[in-house]
Design a protein around this ligand. Sequence first.
Ligand code: IMO
Ligand code: MG
Length: 423
Amino acid sequence: MNFVVVGAQWGDEGKGKLIDFLSKDVDLTVRYQGGNNAGHTVVVDGKTYVFHLLPSAILHRKKICVIGNGVVIDPAALLKELDELRAKNIDVTEKQLKISGHAHVVMPYHRILDGLRESIRKNKIGTTGRGIGPCYSDKVARCGIRMIDLLNPRILKAKLEDNLREKNEIFEKVYSQPGFEFDKIYNEYLKYGKRIAPYVCDAALFLNDAIDRKKSVLFEGAQGTFLDIDFGTYPFVTSSNSIVGGVCSGAGVPPTKIDKVIAAVKAYTTRVGEGPFPTEFATSLKDEIRAKGNEFGATTGRPRRCGWFDSVLVRYSIVINGITELAIMKLDVLDELKTIKICTAYEYRGKRYQDFPLDFEVLCKAKPIYEELPGWQTPTEGMQDFNRLHVNARRYIERLEKLLKVRIKYVSTGSRREDTIVR
Ligand code: IMO
Ligand code: MG
């Protein structure tokens, strides 16, 4: 059984916890897009780990983790993650981690350019500043540097020279910033290459071969459907395909080898960075839920914007990802609320929208239409049995299931692995 876990909202849906939980039953876990803009939190034995590039299954010592070609890799960030694990006595061997030689490399000029572009934008995206957009831009512009290039000094030299010729002009003339020195980057990245070399392979061949040998694979989405470069709230999105379609191009595994798609959604909604968010709370509730749900970015520490569950949004996600099962995360964060709202449609200039609107103006100005349900006002934290949930909590889940027309198989009631209901 090979399956994909995607985020159905704006990222931070609790994918890390869900993937850690589900990966106990699979042989391999694969990242297929995004980079260290992701922050996937896993809590095991009272210890909290945040993964940015490494797949969230990395704590399962006997499982294999793969970073696919669709991921953009900042080698310094990757090595830092590996070193931090080593400091906790978790040594990731070359048997346990495979990295695609096709994956593109985040270079220092990508990181700087990310910040400079943001600084001159009137409508800021609120990127994570990790160089993700500029790195993917270079990939598409055909001047990117790939992981395999770090292992070949001659190729790296030629590509880096070409890049700096153009980039240094841009830095100096457009942004009035100093350019980059070839030797410094070249030597630094050759060193990274040496350290990462044992993990580098043709990950697509490796994965397809494993699947042919009946191994099971979990594909770990980063970001969420509404941050997808094509289907998200463009231009307030990330630069990759975070929807299920990204698996085929980002891991080299064909759709005929994928059996099902699970989406993670929060029991409410959050967003970090700029862009439209129809069900966003007014300030007081925002503060309350942010504090209760610890809604601060796992990558940048920025406070997340919070709002009610939006079924218009998630329904769209279910359609374009072909979701077969849903996991509702962080239900316990709503425990204290007297009433809980669910957005079931939008309204703009007298017109009702049941489907996610195409027009950006509608999306930005639409008024959400809510239905209101009674809260349960009893603790659900740590619960593992659906039938023991307060009747109002069960009703909330069942109402979501009905609105979304998909089975809710998992309900998360806390950050620990075991705080999970399987229905
Ligand atoms: P995980 O995998 C939430 C957001 C940024 C910004 C936009 C573009 O933890 O769910 P980028 O740096 O990618 O160019 O920023 O996307 N963003 C995320 N928001 N969760 C994430 O990842 C995100 N990765 C990027 O805040 O709005
Ligand atoms: Mg996150």
